[in-house]
Write a protein that binds this ligand. Structure first.
Ligand code: CMP
Length: 161
């Protein structure tokens, strides 16, 4: 199936900067469907589950402080080849390198060099599943089946015909 689900987090820096609505609008504007959404304040244990692949990396401590510093807005987004599309819209992980027009390129600017020198996480506003394998792990980590909804949007008439 080419209709995919992907996990998107507006991280604490995005929530605290009050740009969540503008970020969510970008996904709605291209016709992607929000099928789950909640606000969660994660603890260190949950951070280690979500960022399991980064625990041994030198920047993990800063990353954990950043993701636990306030609530995140967690979403599952659905659409045609949504995993790669959402990653394209989000832009490169390092805001300094992310292209204008992407979410990180338009709303953030800091570099890895700056964050690493200060020992803080890169404040890049948003997380999106990297690929199909990650999406299949991350969506059920954040949402149970009852929290994910199936419904029609006006876009479905054009997508499904
Ligand atoms: P995210 O998409 O949430 O997934 C992993 C996070 O690790 C990434 O965003 C950044 O916030 C952070 N990250 C990745 N590489 C580095 C780095 N070299 N220095 C600091 N933080 C990093």
């Amino acid at each position: 199936m080419m209709i995919e689900r992907t996990l998107v987090l507006i991280k604490p820096d995005g929530v605290q900067r009050a740009v969540a609505g503008r970020i969510i609008s970008r996904f709605e504007d291209v016709g992607l469907k929000l099928v789950a959404m909640k606000m969660v304040w994660v603890d260190e244990d949950f951070s280690k589950k979500h960022y399991a692949e980064h625990i041994e990396k030198p920047f993990y401590k800063g990353l954990e402080s950043m993701i636990t510093m306030g609530p995140v807005i967690a979403m599952t987004i659905e659409g045609v080849e949504a995993i790669a599309l959402v990653r394209k819209m989000v832009g490169a992980t390092e805001p300094k390198s992310s292209a204008p027009g992407t979410i990180r390129g338009d709303f953030a600017h800091v570099s890895y060099g700056y964050a690493d020198e200060k020992g803080i996480g890169v404040k890049n506003l948003i997380h999106a599943s990297a690929d199909k394998k990650d999406a299949e792990i991350e969506v059920p980590l954040w949402f149970n089946d009852k929290e994910i909804h199936s419904y029609k949007t006006v876009h479905d008439a054009h997508i499904l015909e």
